[in-house]
Design a protein around this ligand. Sequence first.
Ligand code: VGL
Ligand code: ZN
Length: 199
Amino acid sequence: MPQDAALLIIDVQRDFCPGGSLAVPEGDRVVPVLNRYMELFRSRRLPIFASRDWHPADTSHFSDHGGIWPVHCVRDSEGARFHPDLQLPADAIVISKGNDPSRDDYSAFQGVTDSGIPFPVVLKERGISRLYVSGLATDYCVKESVLEGIRHGLSVTLLIDATRGVDLHPGDSAKAIEEMTRAGARTATIASLEDLPAL
Ligand code: VGL
Ligand code: ZN
């Protein structure tokens, strides 16, 4: 069975879910289906990465410092925690991004592991060439991560039943999906993957 695939779950954190400070409409709806994706990847012994937005309090990403967003996912805060129902396995690899106070860092490829290893380096070390991308938000971090993955030469599949968008402007998420597929991303759902003998 090929071992070059991995699951990437983007930013399924409290602040991006209903009740959070930058709530994505229906953001929490991705959680049950992501639990199924994680089960599937675990059963095939494929790695699971979970990125998190992890900002300092005084970043230019926030509107009180010149950016466009309300304060969200300040590192170590309650709002920055993963959704409580997301069943991340103990060996999931957490990727933190947005640490730099002068950059937005929408893409998980700008992130680092707990020991400071850049995400692209971890992918290379593990021989991962195919990424299955999911999470929040479709029109920002998911889109940027998918496009950057393709630029890095990876084969990227967007899990369309496990992503939701901000839609700051109506239609942004639909446009983002179009842009990702035009760039070469494939799409899949849990049913289509569960039916495959190997990912
Ligand atoms: C995100 C807006 C601001 C995301 C992060 O994770 O998509 N969106 N910061
Ligand atoms: Zn952010």
